[in-house]
Design a protein around this ligand. Sequence first.
Ligand SMILES: NC(=O)c1ccc[n+]([C@@H]2O[C@H](COP(=O)([O-])OP(=O)(O)OC[C@H]3O[C@@H](n4cnc5c(N)ncnc54)[C@H](O)[C@@H]3O)[C@@H](O)[C@H]2O)c1
Length: 321
Amino acid sequence: MSGKEIEKIAVLGGGLIGAGWAVNFLWKGYPTAVYDVSEEALEAARKRVSGSFDYLAAKGIVSADQARVAMGLARYTTDIAAALKDADLIQEAAPERYEVKRDLLAQVDRFAKEEAVFASSTSGLLISRIAEGSKHPERCLGAHPYNPPYLIPLVEISKGEKTAEEYLQRAYDFYRALGKEPIILRKEALGFIANRISVALYREAVDLVWRGVCSVADVDKAVTFGPGLRLALMGPNLIYQLGGGQYGVKGILHHIGPTVEDWWADMADWKKWPEGWGDMAQEGVLKEMEERPASQGRTPEEIARWRDDGLITLLRFHGKI
Ligand SMILES: NC(=O)c1ccc[n+]([C@@H]2O[C@H](COP(=O)([O-])OP(=O)(O)OC[C@H]3O[C@@H](n4cnc5c(N)ncnc54)[C@H](O)[C@@H]3O)[C@@H](O)[C@H]2O)c1
């Protein structure tokens, strides 16, 4: 091996995202060591991984044999040195705090191969700050998945001030070979691309409920049965291109441009959550869940399964699985 190919992987933190990444890596044939801080956490990770493979097998995405072989490539350990020893890619998926990620990186500096890629799953922390104090900031980058990582193709690759292009490219090539849709951010941005857009939409959704325009359930309905259906197929620029007639994407400026500026002037631009929103949202969502068709699930577990069934249909339509 050249030392530059990614053959073995270590996942640090086997929670929702770490276990999800492990499923993806194992599914594609990469021996993967999952490290977590306790035997209980590892047991939970093992269960998540086997539950996900059972699901993929039930959906006909992998055969029972493939699932068995894939799960045989996993190693679960509380010994971080053992997890890191052979890894060519380290996918960090520990809690979203700078100090946790920096402590892990110190262990990586100690036990991992010098040329191994360190890829943090952070949802929006700055890589430059995570890599502060690391002996090898050149190999540190962000590789942010969307949940569940083994189904959703997007991986946002972000760099810090000292990240080397060579590592970004290696990560990009690896995630592409894994079947993902990676994007390399050209510069650092808190929250990256997709989460910034998600929370911009969510701020307006919160504000509409907060100012009494609609209920929690109705704002969800508006997104699900309106723009959400198109957004699952294409991004906002292409949507406006199709809607712009002879003007193409510029049509939005010609047709409703000035009106949109009036809307923007009236829309939410607060920077702090409205006080009490958490309780209001919780009450609204519990009601929304109770009123869903039973066939589409009413508990979080049932709804997540129904969501994954829908994702698989969409991913097949996109030709991604
Ligand atoms: N939840 C999401 O939808 C989502 C999506 C994309 C990215 N992320 C990011 O992924 C990371 C993990 O999030 P999650 O949702 O899987 O959290 P989680 O709480 O489900 O899992 C975290 C895991 O880390 C383990 N852990 C705790 N301390 C640790 C340590 N010092 N070293 C190693 N492992 C440790 C915990 O035991 C747990 O198993 C975060 O950075 C988060 O922002 C989350």
